[in-house]
Design a protein around this ligand. Sequence first.
Ligand SMILES: Cc1cc2nc3c(=O)[nH]c(=O)nc-3n(C[C@H](O)[C@H](O)[C@H](O)COP(=O)(O)OP(=O)(O)OC[C@H]3O[C@@H](n4cnc5c(N)ncnc54)[C@H](O)[C@@H]3O)c2cc1C
Length: 283
Amino acid sequence: RILSGQDLWAQGYSEPGSGSDLASLSMRAVRDGDHYVLNGSKIWSTLGHHATRMFALVRTDDTGRKQQGITFLLIDRTAPGITLKPIISICGTHEFNQVFFDDVRVPVADRVGEEGQGWTIAKYLLEFERGGSFAGGLLRALYARLHRMADAPGPDGTRALDDPLFVARFAEIGTDIDANDMLELTALSAVQSGGNPGSVPSSVMKIERSRIRQAITELGAQILGPEALRWYPERPLHDLPPQDAVAEDRLVAPAVYLNARSQSIFGGSNEIQLEIIARELLG
Ligand SMILES: Cc1cc2nc3c(=O)[nH]c(=O)nc-3n(C[C@H](O)[C@H](O)[C@H](O)COP(=O)(O)OP(=O)(O)OC[C@H]3O[C@@H](n4cnc5c(N)ncnc54)[C@H](O)[C@@H]3O)c2cc1C
């Protein structure tokens, strides 16, 4: 159903007050016969308003270590008792939501693993979220767009590519994209042969991708100069008007720049990735 597009899944991990410190999550799931009854709320649920399903971490026990009382459930997003409040992002788009659960009934059969195993399951899944895909193609497309903008004369007739400082930074990012490709290919070979990416490589890739994407979009906004400060209420992020390519690139550059700020936050902030790397490598 995922492949056919019938189902879109939202991720229900974060809660107000439980982001980096995810294990403190408090959304309750209380057993009632062959169902759990859910009360609480999840936040930053990306595309939750389009989702038909949600995988979520819920609290089934609050005695003992906080990680041990967490359970992993698969939820029908359209079930009675679920309501959504849209959250508009800094670039003006409706991408995420706060999702409220009021006495929502979820069959025990829709639990993954045993009660209390949710933390281990989520950590395994996060490895794939951070390191189980190939971002190289997207980064190269953004880099090509940046080159197109830098090669075209701006309103004052000058080209960014004639500025040696710009060219040095541009080249540095190109080298980072090549290095990131190598990291991603190594991780993907591990996945191809049935393994998992590994938590340290996943965290390194998560940091690198966000750094590169933010660097590309920063240079894009820099090319625009003060024009990047102009705010168009309906400035498109994805739906481009039928104009020539460079004009389109310039039109979306500020929104794309703002959108890329989130790269170092979602999937676990970059500071938390550094902590994971330090803990695993330095003991
Ligand atoms: C675009 C976007 C989409 C998202 N989509 C989803 C989604 O679909 N589902 C979902 O469940 N969540 C989603 N999230 C939430 C995301 O996982 C959290 O935002 C993230 O884990 C950080 O949590 P927080 O926002 O509560 O920040 P906080 O945890 O409050 O962190 C604030 C700052 O403090 C720093 N910090 C916190 N703790 C430490 C520490 N121990 N050491 C050093 N620095 C620290 C952080 O790095 C950060 O800079 C999304 C977030 C964004 C931005």
